[in-house]
Design a protein around this ligand. Structure first.
Ligand SMILES: Nc1ncnc2c1ncn2[C@@H]1O[C@H](COP(=O)(O)OP(=O)(O)O)[C@@H](O)[C@H]1O
Ligand SMILES: [Mg+2]
Length: 236
């Protein structure tokens, strides 16, 4: 046994596309320590989102095991996975995924409804988180009244609402301008410094400036930094 916070063993994920099998993950093993900022690098189609979804308990692997904070999640049923996601995870997506009819406050407080938290407490929590991401004066705004960068900051606040130890982000700066992207990376860096474990899928090399660890994926397999550089050069 290892003492990794996230421990992935020989992970395989094969999608069936009609008659053909797509090998999205081809035997991935890795250890991630608590409190580290990990960047998952890889070109489009290399399996980054698939790996994040497996660690995030959004889908089951074909084979292999995933331990997070001492819990083996690959065998969990849907109910236990829902609890795991609520207690352990914050997920940030490229396209923000905010509910457009709800204010920032309601979007952030929404996950707390499932924990039976009362409206007033949800508001207090949302306010504190909006302050943390520097948007307290926008708490009553809906997504359409916010810029992309502001929407992603609301999404970061929502990911933090249950104070999860693990933050997963799938191309969180992919839809943002340069400056807004930097703000998101700095927020993630702050979260890492406050003790959270961060895994970010990205092909934006700027994020390497904020990371403590780098993971390279090519065609569903981990490769060294040197192998990664060499292969990408050959691809042009
Ligand atoms: N639901 C799915 N059904 C079939 N194939 C999929 C599905 N999700 C991903 N894939 C395939 O798996 C591979 C890895 O995809 P993905 O994890 O999205 O890569 P990345 O996030 O690095 O772009 C790709 O070939 C993709 O087409
Ligand atoms: Mg992806």
């Amino acid at each position: 046994m290892s003492d990794g916070f996230v421990s992935v063993r020989n992970l395989i994920k094969t999608y069936k596309m009609g008659e053909t099998d797509v090998h999205a993950l081809n035997g991935v093993s890795l250890e991630i320590e608590r409190g580290t900022f990990n960047v998952l690098m890889g070109p489009s189609g290399s399996g980054k989102s698939t790996l994040l979804y497996m660690i995030g308990g959004l889908d089951w692997p074909t084979s292999g095991s995933i331990l997070v904070d001492g819990e083996q999640i690959d065998q969990m049923d849907e109910n236990r996975l829902a609890n795991y996601r609520r207690d352990k995870l914050g997920f940030i997506f490229q396209s923000f995924n905010l509910v457009s009819s709800m204010t920032a406050e309601a979007n952030i407080g929404f996950p707390l409804r499932f924990s039976g938290i009362k409206k007033n407490q949800r508001l207090q929590r949302a306010l504190a988180l909006m302050e943390q991401v520097g948007l307290e004066e926008r708490i009553g705004h809906k997504p359409t009244e916010l810029s992309g960068g502001q929407q992603q900051r609301v999404a970061v606040a929502r990911a933090l609402v249950n104070d999860p130890p693990l933050i997963l982000a799938d191309e969180p700066t992919g839809n943002l301008d340069t400056q807004s992207g930097i703000v998101i990376m700095q927020l993630l860096e702050q979260l890492c410094k406050s003790g959270k474990t961060i895994i970010v899928a990205s092909h934006d090399p700027r994020i390497l400036n904020y990371a403590t660890h780098r993971i390279n994926l090519l065609d569903g397999q981990l490769v060294s930094d040197a192998q990664y550089q060499e292969t990408l050069q050959h691809l042009g």
